[in-house]
Ligand binder design. Structure first.
Ligand SMILES: [Zn+2]
Length: 212
């Protein structure tokens, strides 16, 4: 990414290029801003996404007042170097309206998992007397394991003899309790997805090896 600024076509847009920010985990588009070379270099140097504010005519670090920064994961130029795609992890809502994205409309279904994780995270510090999640997280780890085991059995039973509706309901319970169990260990769904991706890459490489 370090040579990125040098490869961009800054002339075409009068020194600015549009920068699309995408959630690094679920691919949801979070916002669109503009960057100039200096703002891009700030982004690369700090690991937090910076923009050029056209209204204020200055570099703007996203989240500088709200605290809702965008932690940089990757940056890539498009085919002809006049736009950038940025993958980031948002720390809080990206939009000033308090929504996850500046674009309304349905997020991809799996994007909801990130919101659910954030909710579980928030409930962790709630009162166990009133919050089921707080109660589960305050319990010994074996309790969370037991819940995942029970829900797993219910999924198996629904798969063997239940309706699709029952299976989806039990699977939702299982995923929910799995997220709570991971959270209890300080882990997240991203850790699991990352492992699945690594396995896929390993098996792809192995297939190529066998073929060659
Ligand atoms: Zn917005």
């Amino acid at each position: 990414m370090s040579d990125l600024a040098a490869t961009m076509d800054w002339a075409k847009g009068g020194g600015l290029v549009p920068l699309v920010v995408q959630h690094a985990h679920d691919g949801r588009v979070l916002m669109l801003g503009y960057t100039n070379r200096a703002a891009l270099e700030e982004t690369l140097a700090t690991g937090e996404v910076h923009f050029w504010s056209r209204s204020r005519q200055r570099i703007w670090r996203k989240g500088e007042t709200s605290g809702h920064v965008l932690a940089l994961v990757s940056l890539a130029a498009d085919c002809d170097g006049d736009a950038l795609l940025c993958q980031a992890i948002p720390k809080g809502p990206t939009c000033h309206r308090g929504t996850a994205s500046c674009f309304d409309g349905d997020a991809p279904a799996h994007a909801w998992l990130n919101e659910l994780e954030a909710l579980i995270d928030a409930r962790g510090s709630a009162d166990p007397a009133t919050s089921y999640v707080a109660r589960l997280l305050a319990a010994p780890p074996a309790r969370r394991g037991q819940k995942v085991g029970e829900e797993g059995v219910e999924v198996a039973i629904a798969a063997a003899s239940g309706s699709d509706e029952a299976l989806v309901g039990e699977a939702a319970d299982l995923v929910f309790h799995l997220l709570v169990l991971l959270r209890g260990r300080g882990l997240a769904l991203a850790d699991v997805v990352g492992e699945l991706a690594r396995r896929h890459r390993r098996s792809s490489v192995a297939t190529v090896d066998v073929g060659a």
